[in-house]
Design a protein around this ligand. Structure first.
Ligand SMILES: [Zn+2]
Length: 109
């Protein structure tokens, strides 16, 4: 079972207490963007086998959204952090690099 640490209330929440919100760190495009950029924003998602950044909501807890970095193949969790940032914190990226040498941010695109 997937267990994620809520960075807001400090609870280690089981998957059944959480709601998945899809890929994190999407680049948003506004009404004056090209059709191709807007289509990419709406429909294109990463689906890596390995390190992935996701949005989760602590639905049966504090109710807040947060981000999680985890491996989709092993369910290993590298860390969770606030959803109010545009890139993963350096400590999270360092934790991933320590376990996945050669990995780099956004190398899955
Ligand atoms: Zn919480």
């Amino acid at each position: 079972m997937l267990i994620l640490h809520c960075p807001y209330c400090g609870v280690d929440a089981e998957e059944t207490e959480l709601h998945a919100g899809g890929e994190a760190h999407l680049k948003r495009f506004g009404p004056h963007s090209s059709d191709e950029d807007f289509e990419t924003y709406l429909f294109a998602r990463e689906n890596p086998k390995g390190v992935h950044f996701e949005r989760w909501r602590h639905a049966n807890g504090c109710g807040k959204w947060f981000h999680a970095a985890r491996c989709t193949a092993t369910l290993e969790v590298f860390g969770t952090y606030s959803a109010q940032v545009t890139t993963p914190p350096q400590a999270i990226r360092d934790a991933i690099t320590a376990k996945r040498p050669g990995w780099s941010w956004r190398d899955v695109q």
